[in-house]
Design a protein around this ligand. Structure first.
Ligand code: A3D
Length: 322
């Protein structure tokens, strides 16, 4: 069987890490593209040489003057093209500039890789993946946004540290839009199978500490932006997208939180927002609708409303989306 082809559209901080992880996991051959031609070629060459040391069997190449045509026939496209935020900026501040990038990238996917499974990472995530789907003309099962795996990983990391247990035994779940009103779900998050409210009763941490970790998860991206001074997080975002790509390519059918297209689930229509979904060879094979209590529902609806206002803003900027 031919090797899978993974196209990375955008070869910046996340794109470079995606290429390294995809190589280490031998997910397939990797083509890197970027509007800055030398970036894709240079990183691909560097990573092809790292393969000699790490021993991974993957061909890496960077697009030259052919630009987007290099993604032709890709099985998976991971999109990070655009700009990241700077300290003091919200993800929403990126909307105008990154929407134009989605238009270009969407047209390229439509022309060169219409059968790919597309994972979008560009912010503001939920609105960008919604727009990218329209520009690329893809079915809902073949395009998804990465955010929930990352937000849940952040929550997981804080919980493991506070409880003093192995991160392997913590399973945290965060749904909703990838913004400051995302929804960390304590009832559905567990340590060694014990839901978080019971972990408080067991004395793993106090309710105040748990509340602080929820707050820190919500602003987890901003914390890293402020520390870095330039650019935003890239290791954990790349690892998260690779987990999604791997589930597709290896038909693992992992149930992961990701920005999936809702068509009536949770009573929501034509919106991308973070929900639990099963990713297998069919792409997004199922959106799993969880039972939410009143409080969770209210938080989810607030988060959805924020996403929908960004989608409306996209429609105003780009009438083709209306
Ligand atoms: P960065 O290192 O700037 O890389 C982006 C790359 O995209 C640059 O090399 C650009 O040259 C390239 N680019 C710009 N326009 C185009 C275009 N039209 N076609 C092809 N390439 C283009 O940023 P990054 O890798 O750190 O972040 C990329 C995106 O991911 C940003 O929008 C971030 O805000 C976003 N991000 C999302 C998350 C989520 O959890 C959703 C987390 C972290 C970052």
């Amino acid at each position: 069987m031919a090797r899978a082809k993974i196209a990375l559209i955008g070869s910046g901080q996340i794109g470079g890490t995606l290429a390294l992880l995809a190589g280490l996991k031998e997910l397939g051959d990797i083509v890197m593209t970027d509007i800055i031609e030398g970036v894709a070629k240079g990183k691909a060459l560097d990573l092809a040489q790292a393969a000699a040391v790490e021993g991974y069997d993957a061909r890496l190449s960077g697009a030259g003057t052919d630009g987007y045509a290099a993604i032709a026939g890709a099985d998976v496209c991971i999109v990070t093209a655009g700009v990241p935020r700077k300290p003091g900026m919200s993800r929403d501040d990126l909307l105008g500039i990154n929407l134009k990038v989605m238009e270009q990238v969407g047209a390229a996917i439509k022309q060169h890789a219409p059968n790919a499974f597309v994972i979008c990472i560009t912010n503001p995530l939920d609105a960008m993946v919604w727009a990218l789907r329209k520009f690329a003309g893809l079915p809902a099962s073949k395009i998804v946004g990465m955010a929930g795996v990352l937000d849940s990983a952040r929550f997981t990391c804080f919980l493991a540290e506070a409880a003093g247990v192995s991160i392997e035994d913590v399973r945290a779940l965060t749904l909703g839009g990838h913004g400051d009103d995302m929804v960390p779900l304590v009832r559905y998050s567990t340590i060694g199978g014990v839901p978080l409210p019971d972990c408080v009763k067991l004395g793993f941490f106090s309710q105040e500490q748990l509340d602080a970790m929820i707050k820190r998860t919500r602003s987890g991206g901003g914390e890293i932006v402020a520390l870095l001074g330039t650019g935003s997080a890239f290791y954990a975002p790349a690892a998260s997208a690779i987990a999604m790509a791997e589930s597709y390519l290896r038909d693992k059918k992992r149930m992961l939180p990701c920005a999936a297209h809702l068509d009536g689930e949770y009573g929501i229509k034509d919106t991308y927002v973070g929900v639990s979904a099963i990713i297998g060879a069919g792409g997004i094979e199922k959106v799993v609708e969880l039972a939410l209590d009143e409080n969770e529902k209210a938080m989810f609806e607030k988060s959805v409303a924020s996403v929908q206002s960004l989608i409306e803003a996209c429609k105003k900027i780009s009438p083709a989306l209306a």
